[in-house]
Every structure is written in structure tokens, then in C-alpha cells.
Design a protein around this ligand. Structure first.
Ligand SMILES: CC(=O)N[C@H]1[C@@H](OP(=O)(O)OP(=O)(O)OC[C@H]2O[C@@H](n3ccc(=O)[nH]c3=O)[C@H](O)[C@@H]2O)O[C@H](CO)[C@@H](O)[C@@H]1O
Ligand SMILES: C=C(OP(=O)(O)O)C(=O)O
Length: 417
């Protein structure tokens, strides 16, 4: 089994460049299914999840060519309407092909994604949205089938929770529905805006993405488009925390400060020095970290995808911090692993009480999920001795060239096995 070996104690210096965002590129790739001509996507990160969704599209009949940083996707011909368990199980975002398939072909059958380490993650809001647009939903034998042989019709849809995936799936389906769709209480994440931009490049008519009301005027056809995805705010945040934890001085190039406000605010509160400019952020750790409380919320609140990394930072802060997770019901898998490294953390319902310790010690730990894995790397960077991280396929899902990027700023990290 492949592992990451991190030897702690080095301060990080230099420049690291942020890649295109995983959570933007996956829906954008799904959206290319709506285009009757080829699409070209740029700033594509080198990630396992990108290869998985590309495989899903190929399975549906698309032709996909991956070159470093660029994806060429031709969905002129769609030959299948079913996404199998082997692919959906690997990555929940595969479910994002349902909206485009339903809109373009009037039918889609996708394997039920199932739960995962961070929670049960139902898809009821996606399905309610499709039903409101006139689709019939049939569930059985581990699959969900959506049918709308006469096409979809625009509707007013209120989301009980601003789900990122449901907003994306509904936006894609509604872009080709007859008439107007209004999504109330949609997710406002930057990745929603990026998807709306891609869809509008393809010929859709979507207004209000990034606010709490999205208006979509359906169109009868969408073409392929050329689109560059936004930088990954979670990858950026992870390197920012690494600089802060190691008392380093790192320029995180291509970080979009507009998208990082809640993370920057918390790091500043913790005593980290941050200088922002148009091309990125310079992050300097002072060697002393103050404890801060964190509560995850939908955007523009503090992102759940940065919770584990900030908790790693808090394990070596002065004082006690309370980390509250409100988005996913089970996103504290990293706590036991951090405790193995000497952290002092108690879970109390949806909160974790973290008491800063003077030092962490390296040991064998697991990457229980993607961001938990990132937290292990961060803890390993400051731990005494060697940290051995297993189950790193989780990390490979979402971090482009993590080992090379960390080595580039002076970390002692290698992949073995
Ligand atoms: C590929 C991608 O972009 N993944 C991101 C996306 O996941 P994803 O789109 O799955 O996250 P959602 O915003 O949908 O989920 C948020 C919460 O809503 C619940 N829910 C969601 C849909 C639904 O139909 N019913 C329901 O109850 C979920 O179980 C969860 O508790 O947003 C999450 C929240 O910012 C991030 O952590 C993920 O990194
Ligand atoms: C939870 C995440 O991703 P996904 O929704 O793809 O599981 C993440 O990026 O932290």
C-alpha cells in the first residue's frame, strides 16, 4: 500500500502555485454533456477525481482527451444513459451527470452513491428539484432513474438546505427546461458561479449565481464552450495553514482572496501574518498560534472542507478552541488520528474541544477521508520525528501533485510503496 512519509520540523519557505479547483472542475465536466459540440477546459488539476468523472463521460459515449492542464471533451454523441456503481461509488460527484443527461436525453439512470466517511449524504434535494421540473423518479435495485420523455418544464424550487450538488444538478437540468426556473436558497459557493459561467458560455441564460436566488431561462440547445476553471480555494487554504503551522513564509500564488475571506479572517485571528495581492497571498507564521473558535457553514461561512486543516492548526495553538461542524454530521474522523499524534481533543456532539499542546509526535496514521488526510500531512510537518500516512488514495482524489508542491517549499515528505 502506498504511504506518505513526513518528517517534521522544517519551516516552509518559497512559492507554491494553486491548481484549478476540484469542486469547480467536476460539475463543469458534467456540464459538457449538455453541449452538442466539443468543449475545451483549461486549468485542469491532475487529480484522481478528474480521471474518474472523465471515465463516467466516456462510459456515456463521450470522447475525452486529457493533456496536462487541458481537457478536450466531445459529447456530440451520447450512447448510454446509465452511470454504473463501480464509478459512482468511487466519487459521489458522478451523480452530477444526472441533471445534464435528463435535460438533454430525457432519461438518466445513476447508481445510488451511498454514504461515505463524512456522513450519509442523501440526494433527496437533487431529486425533489428534478421532480419539480417534471421528471418522474424511479428507485430500485440500487439505481435511481429519472424520466422526462416530454422534456423538463421550468419551476420555482426552494432548497431546504443550500446544497452545492443539488444547486448544480438543478441548474444544469433547468438550463434546457421550457420556461423559467427559480432556485430559492441555492448554494452560493464560488464553484456555483463558475458552473453558471460555463453554462452561460455554452448558451444558457442563468442570472444570480452566487446570490440567494438563481433565475434560469431555459434554452432549446447548448453548444460546447472553452472555459478555464477557478483556482482551488481549499488547496490554497491548506498551504496557507502549512505556512502558519511551521512558522514559515510562503507565497501562495494564484489564490483568489475573494474566495478565501473566512479562512483569511480565522488565520489572522490566530495571529498569522497575511499580505494579500492580486496574484495570491503571502502567509507568515510568527511561531505563536492563538486559539480560535471555528464553525463551518455554507458559503460565505467557514468552509467544512477546511475544518480538518484548521483543527490541525489548533492542536498546537495556545489555549482552547471549539471547532463546530454544522454541514456534515460525521466529519470528525481526523480527531482520533490527531490524538494518536499527541493532540488533546474531546468531541462533544457537533463540536470538538481542542486544547493546544506544546508538541505533536510522529506516528502511523490513516487518511480517513480527503481533508482528514490533508490534516495528517499538516500535523506531520510539525510533529517530532516521522509520520507515516496510509490510505492516501483519499488525498490523491483532491490534491494536485501534493508531494512535489510541499517539497518545493522545503517540506521533508515522500511517497513510498
Ligand atoms: C464535489 C463537491 O463539490 N463537493 C463539495 C460539495 O459536496 P456536496 O455537493 O455533496 O455537498 P452538499 O452541499 O450537497 O451537502 C451539504 C449537506 O447537505 C446535505 N444534503 C445534500 C444534498 C441533499 O440532497 N440532501 C441533503 O441532505 C448533505 O448530507 C450535507 O449534510 O459541497 C460540500 C459542502 O460545501 C463540500 O464539502 C464538498 O467538498
Ligand atoms: C468532501 C469533499 O469532496 P467530495 O464531495 O467530492 O467527497 C472535499 O472536497 O472535501
Amino acid at each position: 500500500m502506498e504511504k506518505l512519509i513526513v518528517r517534521g520540523g522544517r519551516r516552509l519557505f518559497g512559492t507554491v502555485r494553486v491548481s484549478g479547483a476540484k469542486n469547480a472542475v467536476l460539475p463543469v465536466i458534467a456540464a459538457t454533456l449538455l453541449g452538442t459540440t466539443p468543449s475545451t477546459l483549461e486549468d485542469i488539476p491532475d487529480l484522481e477525481d478528474v480521471r474518474t468523472i472523465a471515465e463516467v463521460l466516456e462510459h456515456l459515449g463521450a470522447s475525452v482527451r486529457i493533456e496536462p492542464g487541458t481537457l478536450y471533451i466531445d459529447c456530440t454523441k451520447i450512447t448510454a444513459l446509465e452511470a454504473p456503481y463501480e464509478l459512482v461509488r468511487k466519487m459521489r460527484a458522478s451523480f452530477l451527470v444526472m441533471g445534464p443527461l435528463l435535460a438533454r436525453e430525457g432519461c438518466a439512470k445513476i447508481s445510488l452513491p451511498g454514504g461515505c466517511a463524512i456522513g450519509t449524504r442523501p440526494i433527496d434535494l437533487h431529486l425533489k428539484g428534478f421532480e419539480a421540473l417534471g421528471a418522474e423518479i424511479i428507485t430500485g435495485h440500487g439505481f435511481i432513474e429519472a424520466r422526462a420523455p416530454q422534456g423538463l418544464t421550468g419551476a420555482r424550487i426552494y432548497l431546504d438546505f443550500p446544497s452545492v450538488g443539488a444547486t448544480e444538478n438543478i441548474m444544469m437540468a433547468a438550463s434546457m427546461a421550457k420556461g423559467q426556473t427559480i432556485i430559492e436558497n441555492p448554494a452560493e459557493e464560488p464553484e456555483i458561479v463558475d458552473l453558471a459561467n460555463m453554462l452561460n458560455h455554452m448558451g444558457a441564460n442563468i442570472r444570480g449565481a452566487g446570490t440567494n436566488l438563481i433565475r434560469i431561462e431555459g434554452v432549446s440547445e447548448l453548444k460546447g464552450a472553452c472555459h478555464a476553471v477557478i483556482p482551488d480555494r481549499i488547496e490554497a487554504g491548506t498551504y496557507m495553514v502549512a505556512a502558519a503551522m511551521t512558522g514559515g513564509d510562503v507565497y501562495v500564488e494564484n489564490a483568489l482572496i475573494e474566495h478565501l475571506k473566512p479562512v483569511i479572517a480565522k488565520l489572522k485571528e490566530a495571529g498569522v501574518v497575511i499580505e494579500e495581492d492580486i496574484n495570491g497571498v503571502r502567509v507568515r507564521g510568527t511561531g505563536m498560534i492563538r486559539s480560535v473558535d471555528i464553525k463551518t457553514l455554507p458559503y460565505p461561512g467557514f468552509p467544512t472542507d477546511m475544518q480538518a486543516q484548521l483543527m490541525a492548526l489548533m492542536t498546537i495553538a495556545q489555549g482552547t478552541s471549539i471547532v463546530t461542524e454544522t454541514v456534515f454530521e460525521n466529519r470528525f474522523m481526523h480527531v482520533d488520528e490527531l490524538k494518536r499524534m499527541g493532540a488533546s481533543i474531546k468531541i462533544d456532539g457537533r463540536s470538538a474541544v481542542v486544547e493546544g499542546v506544546a508538541k505533536l509526535t510522529g506516528c502511523q496514521v490513516k487518511a480517513t477521508d480527503l481533508r482528514a488526510g490533508a490534516a495528517m500531512v499538516l500535523a506531520g510537518l510539525v510533529a517530532e520525528g516521522q509520520t507515516e500516512i496510509s490510505y492516501i488514495h483519499h488525498i490523491d482524489r483532491g490534491y494536485d501533485n501534493l508531494v512535489e508542491k510541499f517539497r518545493g517549499i522545503g517540506a521533508d515528505i515522500e511517497r513510498v510503496g
